[in-house]
Design a protein around this ligand. Structure first.
Ligand SMILES: Cc1cc2nc3c(=O)[nH]c(=O)nc-3n(C[C@H](O)[C@H](O)[C@H](O)COP(=O)(O)O)c2cc1C
Length: 266
């Protein structure tokens, strides 16, 4: 089984690709309720995959919270069963991941889950909220997609043969990014109340439907954001009017991972 979370869709695409190539089932830890697995027979599982995006050089805190709910919902015997499975962790990123996998491993250790394989896959950038952060050019997107596809093909074979390996890109100053910048990022730059809506908003409600955390409500024909925001920008990128603004997102354009999906699936 592959447990995953995706904001804008990059990670969903990768999770779907892996599920198809490893013959695994998918479970969206944020959108699905653990109750749907109440009668699941864990003895039939071959392995456990944990697939998520990197936000601010770490796993998104709300994703870690959802993972905790998932593991806590298991009975002691099921947890033991899951802890014995071969486990791989794979994150998608736009650039580099810092010490994301160390943060994940520490979190999973609480539930006696220990990934044997750690992988990062670089995909088109989705973060546009700060100055100097912008979307990749179409050319850069296709280069990243091509490299991602080759990497996924390679690592899925390694996972299939239950190898222990690490194939990640921590980047420069990974410790500082994850242990100094990440807490500041999460504390000060991830807030639902920073969203603004331009007059071109037609109140279609797509943002509310797209938000993985159900954090957007339509009130008086106007979207309003609550305080369970991961900053994933799924609402920003999916708005048909490009009417959503977040910090300095300005007119940096939107990203929809459709083209990648077709190619990654082929
Ligand atoms: C809030 C936020 C923070 C991000 N932080 C990082 C980061 O620290 N390092 C990185 O390489 N990419 C970062 N990215 C880019 C995403 O990790 C990347 O585009 C990922 O594939 C998005 O997956 P998703 O579409 O499933 O959300 C960030 C994106 C967002 C929205």
């Amino acid at each position: 089984m592959i447990l995953f979370f995706s904001g804008t869709g990059n990670t969903r695409m990768v999770a779907e690709w892996l599920a198809a190539h490893l013959d695994e089932t998918l479970y969206d830890v944020v959108r699905q309720s653990p109750a749907t697995l109440a009668t699941h027979d864990w003895t039939t599982e071959k392995r456990l995959g944990i697939v998520f995006p990197v936000y601010g050089w770490g796993p998104p805190p709300l994703f870690l919270e959802a993972l905790a709910w998932f593991f806590e919902s298991l009975h002691a015997s099921e947890r033991e069963q899951v802890g014995r499975l071969y486990c791989f962790a794979l994150c998608t990123c736009g650039d580099d991941i810092g010490h994301t996998m160390q943060v994940l491993d520490r979190h999973l250790a609480t539930f006696s889950v220990k990934p044997k394989a750690h992988v990062s896959v670089t995909l088109p950038e989705t973060y546009v909220a700060l100055p100097f952060f912008r979307l990749d050019t179409p050319k850069r997107c296709s280069e990243k997609e091509q490299v991602a596809l080759e990497k996924l093909t390679r690592v899925s074979e390694q996972i299939n043969s239950r190898q222990t390996f690490t194939d990640t890109f921590p980047g420069r100053m990974p410790w500082t990014k994850t242990y100094v910048l990440r807490p500041l990022f999460n504390k000060h730059l991830v807030k639902g109340r920073y969203f603004k809506v331009a007059d071109s908003c037609t109140a279609c409600g797509r943002c509310a439907d797209t938000c993985p955390f159900g954090n957007i409500r339509m009130t008086d024909n106007h979207p309003t954001w609550g305080d369970r925001c991961a900053g994933c920008l799924a609402c920003y990128h999916s708005c048909p009017q490009n009417a959503i603004r977040y910090l300095s997102s300005g007119h940096k354009g939107q990203y929809r991972p459709k083209s990648v999906l077709t190619r990654l699936k082929s």
